[in-house]
Structures are given as structure tokens and as C-alpha cells.
Design a protein around this ligand. Structure first.
Ligand SMILES: [Zn+2]
Length: 209
């Protein structure tokens, strides 16, 4: 894992892990490495509990934006296998920034006495379930009303049989309707017994209206 100072603008890979794709600052939290300064302090147990809960929720909400491998904690002398869940990324909405926290911030707090900045602790405690419309609304607001990079356009490809029954083939993240249609046409060319069509899946913040 790369080291980032807490609250440093983060630019890692592309898409939601890169500040360039966001309209608001994307700030690093808990990207700790041995030999680098660690801000220490006390941190209430319910912060740790909330982080554990969020890690499970983010793993489900955004599996595409987890890293492939586990990260070994370099502050632990004997961690060779890597911390369970360290590949998961937490995108925490703040007042005017998104905090990108590593999946095992709870380990750094519990084992190494790390304390995130107070405004980040508040954001962690207030973070809605990332699978909820409320979370999507918060991200949309932070991204100045533009589509947040965490939520690409999604298109449903469906097939229709002779009785006009519709069946979803799959939901894909695609840049445009044209791209989705091209895919549907390709499926149709291989299957004479169904028609194929596409429709846009409602964005998650729409459900909050
Ligand atoms: Zn450790």
C-alpha cells in the first residue's frame, strides 16, 4: 500500500480512488506505514465498532473498488499474511470532502493507538449505510450534483420471449445507451428465440425523492 498523510489529497489508480474524478477533495485517512508519523490519541470503542460495520457494508456495496490483495500491517512486527478486510476501501462523506479510509482503520486504532482527526471521527459516526439512498444523496451533494464516480451509469439488458415475458439477462455498468444496445444486439444475433432490449437502471439517489 502506498503511504498517504492523513487529509492529504489522494490520487490512486483511477475512478473513485482518484481525486481527479471527484468535484470535491478526496482525502486520505489511515494509510499508515512503519517509519511514518502516526497521529495518536484515544478513540471511543463505538468508533471502532462503526468502522467494522462499515467495512462489511462497503464490501457489499462496492466490491469493484476493493483492492485485489490484502495489505500487511507494517506497524505490526509479525504480520506476514495481511490484515483481513484490508483490501476494502471506505468512502466516508464529510462536510465538504470525501474521506477515503483504508479497510482496517479499526486495527490501527485498536492496536496502534492511532486516532483519526475529530472531523473524520464525526463523519465516520454519521456515515449512512453505503447501500442506502441516503448515502447516494450525500455523495451526490458532495460531488456538486454531478454523478459521483462511485456510481457509474447502469444498464439492464433484458430478453423478451414469444409470450412477451421479460427476463433480465444482466445489469452492466456502461458509459452510454449506445454501448448497452451494441451488447444487446450482439446477444440477439446469437439467439433467434428472443428479442433483446436495454433500459437504464434508476440511480440510487432517485429512490430518496
Ligand atoms: Zn498492525
Amino acid at each position: 500500500m502506498t503511504y498517504f498523510r492523513d487529509l492529504e489529497l489522494i490520487d490512486y489508480h483511477n475512478g473513485p480512488l482518484s481525486a481527479q474524478y471527484w468535484q470535491c477533495p478526496l482525502l486520505a485517512i489511515g494509510w499508515l506505514e512503519a517509519g511514518r508519523p502516526v497521529s495518536k490519541g484515544s478513540c471511543a470503542i463505538h468508533v471502532v465498532e462503526k468502522l467494522v460495520e462499515l467495512r462489511h457494508q462497503f464490501a457489499e456495496a462496492f466490491p469493484n473498488y476493493s483492492f485485489r490483495g490484502l495489505h500487511a500491517c507494517t506497524l505490526c512486527v509479525d504480520d506476514e499474511v495481511g490484515l483481513q478486510g484490508s483490501h476494502i476501501n471506505l468512502f466516508i462523506p464529510g462536510e465538504d470532502a470525501v474521506y477515503l479510509a483504508t479497510g482496517r482503520v479499526d486495527h490501527y486504532i485498536e492496536v496502534h493507538g492511532y486516532a483519526p482527526p475529530p472531523q473524520v471521527i464525526a463523519a465516520i459516526l454519521n456515515c449512512p449505510d453505503p447501500r442506502s439512498a441516503q448515502y447516494a444523496v450525500a455523495m451526490l451533494r458532495l460531488n456538486r450534483g454531478e454523478r459521483p464516480p462511485l456510481f457509474p451509469e447502469r444498464w439492464r439488458i433484458f430478453k423478451v420471449d414469444a409470450n412477451r415475458v421479460r427476463m433480465t439477462v444482466r445489469i452492466y455498468e456502461m458509459e452510454s445507451e449506445a454501448e448497452a444496445r451494441k451488447f444487446a444486439d450482439m446477444l440477439a444475433s446469437r439467439d433467434q428465440s428472443h428479442e433483446y432490449d436495454v433500459e437504464r437502471v434508476a440511480d440510487p439517489w432517485v429512490a430518496a425523492d
